[in-house]
Design a protein around this ligand. Structure first.
Ligand SMILES: Cc1cc2nc3c(=O)[nH]c(=O)nc-3n(C[C@H](O)[C@H](O)[C@H](O)COP(=O)(O)O)c2cc1C
Length: 400
């Protein structure tokens, strides 16, 4: 069996899978169940000092396509309502019971002194790493700065400044920084994190959004007695954005990355690692399907590594990066077209409609419900294969 052990910032993890900061990590008994199930580490829900009043207004969740096939989860959660002293007790409790598992403290402060206190309490309690959260979509205030209402990690100068505060506060354990995708150029933020001396970067936090609107009451969602606020969007739908951020960061800095955003299964996790993530974190999938998904993650990754001929998971980190190139460098002028497997086709006509109104009017649909591709008109755009409800029925191949 391939070796799944991984080194992240000099800290050994039994596998690359970490529970991301979330309600799933705001209770030590819950985290203990996660560790028993096989998660290598947990980022405890972000905490702060008691001087910061945290009061959550419920309900906090809405989603796109609620139910088992949920596409994305939206929340107006805040940091933990439990402050650093209580979290420190959880860290101590977890480290006594799970010495081989990595307990990561997620912290958020507003002043240099806040960071000193937060980091030192977490470190003394036995945290293995610090994840400095400067990406909360609810925004932040910062001592001596006009940072009200936006995230620190939307500004390279503030990012470097707060990174230094967190780094200077720590004695021994590694500090890394979690950043937001809500920026024009994430590479400038990644550079600021590296310049500030952090040991790694975690990307991404949730995307700022509005969960929807109740069409009867006109209240944005989730509705708290008829009102809502801007919140964070997570889950399956954000995966392409998270992958792009991870790849951008991997191409820019030399420090390792903890990738997060839309990971549901081992294939998703593998994609993050191929684009440069050393560890991967999971939040929404665990909230929806439970800690038990770790079995799919570890078994799937391990089997894939065996079949692909890799002995160690470390060998695959970043292998896809050289294949992510500029559009000008792609092979242009190669004729590909759509091929329909008539044995699988159910004649639903969805490909016909999509091609007629969103493609190149290249699919013919007879009265016998038989679809045919016109090779002269088809450019191989791939839309038909994306809308077809039957797996592998339509493929895009070289025209011959
Ligand atoms: C309800 C909820 C609460 C969250 N709380 C925190 C938090 O306290 N600190 C933090 O850094 N990220 C928090 N996150 C963001 C996640 O850690 C993660 O970055 C994000 O959800 C993307 O990953 P996912 O698509 O696997 O959920 C929260 C996410 C959700 C859904």
């Amino acid at each position: 069996m391939a070796n799944l052990n991984i080194d992240f910032c000099g800290v050994p993890f039994i596998n690359p899978f970490i529970l991301a900061a979330a309600p799933s990590t705001d209770d030590r008994e819950m985290i203990a169940r996660g560790f028993d199930a096989g998660w290598a580490g947990a980022v405890l829900k972000t905490t702060t000092l008691e001087t910061e009043e945290v009061s959550i207004a419920y309900p906090i969740m809405s989603s796109i396509n609620p139910g088992p096939n949920m596409v994305g989860l939206h929340n107006i959660d805040l940091v933990s309502e439990r402050y650093i002293q209580e979290i420190a007790e959880d860290i101590l409790w977890l480290k006594q019971r799970f010495p081989q598992h990595q307990v990561i403290a997620s912290l958020m402060g507003h002043t240099c002194d806040d960071w000193k206190q937060l980091v030192s309490i977490a470190e003394q309690a036995g945290a293995d790493l610090i994840e400095a959260s400067i990406s909360c979509p609810q925004g932040a205030t910062l001592e001596g700065e006009e940072a009200q209402g936006f995230m620190v990690s939307q500004d390279p100068r503030l990012t470097e400044k707060v990174t230094r505060w967190a780094i200077e506060a720590v004695q021994q354990i590694p500090v890394y920084i979690k950043i937001s995708p809500g920026v024009t150029d994430i590479t400038s933020i990644a550079r600021a994190v590296e310049l500030g001396g952090a040991r790694a970067i975690c990307a991404i936090d949730s995307l700022e959004g509005v969960g929807g609107v109740d069409l009867k009451t006109f209240s944005p969602l989730p509705s708290v007695q008829g009102y809502s606020s801007r919140g964070g969007f997570t889950g399956k739908a954000i995966k392409p954005i998270a992958l792009r951020c991870v790849a951008d960061i991997a191409e820019t800095v030399h420090i390792p990355i903890s990738g997060v955003g839309g990971i549901y299964n081992w294939r998703d996790a593998l994609e993050f690692m191929l684009l440069g993530a050393t560890t991967v974190q999971v939040c929404t999938a665990v909230m929806q399907r439970g800690y038990g998904i770790i079995r799919d993650l570890t078994n799937g990754l391990s089997n894939w590594l065996d079949q692909a001929g890799y002995d160690h998971v470390q060998q695959i980190i970043g292998l896809s990066i050289p294949k992510l190139t500029e559009h000008d460098n792609l092979p242009h002028g190669v004729k590909v077209i759509s091929y329909i497997n008539h044995e699988l086709c159910i004649g639903c006509g969805l490909c016909y409609v999509a091609c007629a109104d969103g493609g190149h009017v290249a699919i013919l649909y007879g009265s016998d419900r038989k679809v045919e591709v016109d090779p002269q008109r088809c450019v191989g755009c791939g839309l038909c294969a994306q809308v077809c409800p039957v797996p592998d029925c339509i493929s895009i191949e070289l025209f011959s």
